[in-house]
Design a protein around this ligand. Structure first.
Ligand code: AHR
Length: 504
C-alpha cells in the first residue's frame, strides 16, 4: 500500500501546548502508595519519594499532573492528608473500596511535583462536599498567610503559597458511579457557584468544569450544553475523558480509536461554541482532555475489592500494555495535537502502576524495580520532539475497514515545526493490521536540509508486552527506510506501527 501527504508551513493549527503532555496521579491502587511514594524503598529520598520513579517521570516528559482523583476525589477530605503524619486518620475510600492511610496528601504531592518539575492540576471534591471546602483548600494552597488555612499550611512547613493555577471542579459528575453524582443542572449550578467564589480569592485561576465521562454516555452533548449554560462565564475549560481497548479481538477498530477521540473533541467544541453564541459571550471555553488512555476495564485487575476487604494500596487497574496499545496511545496524541486549537490541556491517565506508562515493583519481597511500559515511548518521544507549532498535513491514504468506524485512512499523521529554527517532527501511525504502507510526504515548504532521525515502534508480534524482566526487546528503533530527497520524504511504515521522523 502507498500513501501520500503534503505538509506546508502555512498549515498552522496553533501552538504546541506543553500542557498536552499532562498525566494523572490518583489515590488509587498502587499509584501513590508503592508508586510515587514508598518510604521503605531503597531509592526513597528523605520525603519517602521513590527517586527511581522520579527519574522515569522526568524522562517521560510530562508537564502537568492532575491530583488526587479521579473517582477518589469525590469522597476525599483533604484535611485528613495534612499535618503531622502520625496524627492523620486512615479513611475508607469508597470509590476503590480501599483504605487510605493519608500518609501522602496535598503537601507531599506539592513537594513531589516540585521535585518532578511538573505543574500541579488540583481537583476538588464536589461529590460529598461543596463551595466551602473548595475555598478552604484554595486558601490552604494559594493564600500567603494571615488566615486560618494559609497559616495551617505554613505551620505544616510550606512557608510560601503554592499558587496552583489549574483546578478541576469535581470529577465525572455525570457518571452514576460517582459519589455524589448529580444531574447536569445540579452540577452546573454547583460548578458555577464554586468557581465564582474561588475567583473571589484568586481571579486568575484556570477552572475546569466536568464534561462527559465519555462520548457514549446517554447524556453526552446535553450534559455539556446544560453545564455550560449555567457556568460558561465562570470557567475556562470543559473536561473530556476517554478510554479505549481492543474489544473481542477487534484490532482494526481498536487501532482506529483516534477517530472516536476526533469526534469527541469536535462535538464538545461545537457544543461549547453553541453555548457561547446563545449566551452572547466573546470568550471561548476550551477542552481539558484530562483523562485518556488505553484501559482494559473488563479485566479482573480493574475490579475493586468487596465486602469487609478494604486493603491499603491493592493491585488495581495494573494493565500491561502491548505494542498495539502503544500505537494507539501514539495515535491519540496525534489527535490531541491536531486539535491544539481547542484542546488546551490533557492528562494521560495515569502515571504510575494504575493504567500507567511507568510500573513499579514494591520493595517488599521483590527486586523493587521501576520499568517502562510500551506506551511510555510514544508519549516521551512526542513530548520531547513536538515543539513550536502544530501543522495539519493534507493526507491521501488507502482505507482500512473497521467494524466500529467504517473505512478509516490507514495512515494518520500530524507534524510540528519550530518557526525560528525550522526543526520539524512528523508523528505517524500505520493502522493497517497486515499491510506495510509506503508513505511519501511533500515537505518542500518546510525547507528542511536533512533527516535527523526516524524511529519506529512495531513488532512482528504486536501483542508483545514489556515487563520488569524485559522492558527493552521492543523499543522504537531507527527506521532505515526513511529518506529525504528533493523536498520529498519517504518512509516505509510496518503494519501496526508508530513512527516519529525528525527534520532540520
Ligand atoms: O482513571 C481511572 C478512573 O477512570 C478515574 O478515577 C475516573 O475519573 C475514571 O472513570
Amino acid at each position: 500500500l502507498t500513501a501520500s501527504a503534503v505538509l506546508d508551513r502555512a498549515f498552522v493549527v496553533g501552538p504546541v501546548r506543553p500542557r498536552t503532555f499532562g498525566t494523572f496521579v490518583e489515590h488509587l491502587g498502587r499509584c501513590v502508595y508503592q508508586g510515587v511514594y514508598e518510604p521503605t524503598h531503597p531509592t526513597a529520598d528523605e520525603a519517602g519519594f521513590r527517586t527511581d520513579v522520579l527519574e522515569l517521570v522526568r524522562e517521560l516528559g510530562t508537564s502537568t499532573v492532575r491530583y488526587p482523583g479521579g473517582n477518589f476525589v469525590s469522597g476525599y477530605r483533604w484535611e485528613d492528608g495534612v499535618g503531622p503524619v502520625g496524627q492523620r486518620p486512615a479513611r475508607l475510600d469508597l470509590a476503590w473500596h480501599s483504605t487510605d492511610p493519608n500518609t501522602f496528601g496535598v503537601d507531599e504531592f506539592m513537594a513531589w511535583a516540585k521535585k518532578a518539575g511538573v505543574e500541579p492540576m488540583m481537583a476538588i471534591n464536589l461529590g460529598t462536599r461543596g463551595v466551602q471546602e473548595a475555598l478552604d483548600l484554595l486558601e490552604y494552597c494559594n493564600v500567603p498567610g494571615g488566615s486560618h488555612f494559609a497559616d495551617m499550611r505554613r505551620a505544616n512547613g510550606a512557608e510560601d503559597p503554592y499558587r496552583i493555577k489549574m483546578w478541576c471542579l469535581g470529577n465525572e459528575m455525570d457518571g452514576p458511579w460517582q459519589i455524589g453524582h448529580k444531574t447536569a443542572h445540579e452540577y452546573g449550578r454547583l460548578a458555577a457557584e464554586t468557581a465564582r467564589a474561588m475567583r473571589m480569592i484568586d481571579p486568575d485561576l484556570e477552572l475546569v468544569a466536568c464534561g462527559s465521562s465519555n462520548a457514549h454516555m446517554p447524556t453526552f452533548g446535553e450534559w455539556e450544553a446544560t453545564v455550560l449554560r449555567e457556568a460558561y462565564e465562570h470557567v475556562d475549560y470543559i473536561s473530556a475523558h476517554a478510554y479505549y481497548y481492543e474489544d473481542d479481538g477487534d484490532l482494526a477498530s481498536f487501532l482506529a480509536s483516534a477517530v472516536d477521540m476526533d469526534y469527541f473533541v469536535d462535538s464538545v467544541a461545537a457544543t461549547a461554541d453553541y453555548v457561547r453564541a446563545a449566551r452572547k459571550q466573546s470568550k471561548r471555553v476550551h477542552i481539558s482532555f484530562d483523562e485518556w488512555n488505553v484501559w482494559y476495564q473488563r479485566r479482573a485487575e480493574s475490579r475493586p475489592p468487596t465486602g469487609d476487604d478494604w486493603p491499603v494500596a491493592p493491585v488495581l487497574l495494573e494493565d500491561r500494555y502491548n505494542v498495539a496499545d502503544a500505537v494507539v496511545v501514539g495515535n491519540l496524541l496525534i489527535s490531541l495535537l491536531r486539535h491544539t486549537d481547542r484542546v488546551h490541556a490533557a492528562s494521560l491517565a495515569q502515571l504510575v502502576n494504575v493504567i500507567a506508562p511507568i510500573m513499579t515493583e514494591s520493595s517488599a519481597g521483590t527486586a523493587g524495580r521501576a520499568w517502562r511500559q510500551t506506551t511510555f515511548h510514544p508519549f516521551s518521544l512526542t513530548a520531547r520532539h513536538a515543539t513550536g507549532e502544530v501543522l495539519q498535513p493534507a493526507v491521501t491514504a488507502p482505507p482500512v475497514s473497521t467494524a466500529r468506524f467504517g473505512d478509516v485512512p490507514a495512515v494518520d499523521l500530524v507534524a510540528t515545526r519550530e518557526p525560528e529554527t525550522g526543526e520539524a517532527a512528523l508523528f505517524v501511525v500505520n493502522r493497517s493490521t497486515t499491510e506495510p504502507v509506503g508513505l511519501e510526504v511533500d515537505v518542500r515548504s518546510l525547507g528542511s536540509a536533512r533527516l535527523v532521525e526516524a524511529l519506529t515502534l512495531s513488532n512482528l508480534d504486536h501483542t508483545w508486552q514489556a515487563s520488569a524482566d524485559d522492558a527493552t526487546s521492543v523499543l522504537p528503533r531507527p527506521n532505515g527506510t526513511a529518506a529525504l530527497a528533493d523536498g520529498g520524504l519517504s518512509v516505509e511504515l510496518p503494519p501496526v506501527s508508530w513512527t516519529v521522523v525528525r527534520l532540520a
